[in-house]
Design a protein around this ligand. Sequence first.
Ligand SMILES: [Zn+2]
Length: 227
Amino acid sequence: MTYYLLRFFDTKLAVFRGIGNENLLYIALFATFANKKYQKSMKDCKGNHLLKLFSHCPKCGAEAFVEDTEKSKRCEACGFVYFMNPSASTVAIIVDDQDRLLAVRRSKEPAKGTLDLPGGFCDCYETGEEGVRREVMEETGLTVNTARYLFSLPNMYHFGGMDIPTLDLFFLCKVQRTEGATAMDDAGEVLWLPWEDVRAEDFGLKSISLGVSRLLQMHASEPATFR
Ligand SMILES: [Zn+2]
């Protein structure tokens, strides 16, 4: 039995090796173990759940706005169904030619004073790539030339007394020039951190902290990705 189990996993590994992307194996294993626990913690978030706070129908204003499923509410007066979906948000990973990661210090709540990566909510009608480019410009003054999607993580963003569910999209960004990065907007300070000084626990937002720990492992296993 053990033999067949080992053969099974070996076959799985061979498939990943065949694809030629070692990160894929790491990402797949990571997704299976750490992500499940993380996703459960998001679901169990004790904050003010958006659906609970919405007491009236946003379409007709009726009070008969009742729970429909765990992700929706339904109006008994007009039949309108509101689905709670995450807001798209972007995260920029920018590395300079000395192999240092660009971090910013959060100047506003939530997690004020902790480290963050540049980024923020996507505007309506904007692509993720456009969103990350705009946010990097707004927070650091740097111009993003290319943005390559790496992975995504769900988060709960505590804002205005409510927990806003987000889906954070992580992009590896190449900038025109790394010189002259200046802290603006939500960023209180800009820091270039050598990878050995990057600590996931210094990043205050849960998804960013988990994302940074994933980036650290990617950097250790395949540093060329960030060059
Ligand atoms: Zn209604």
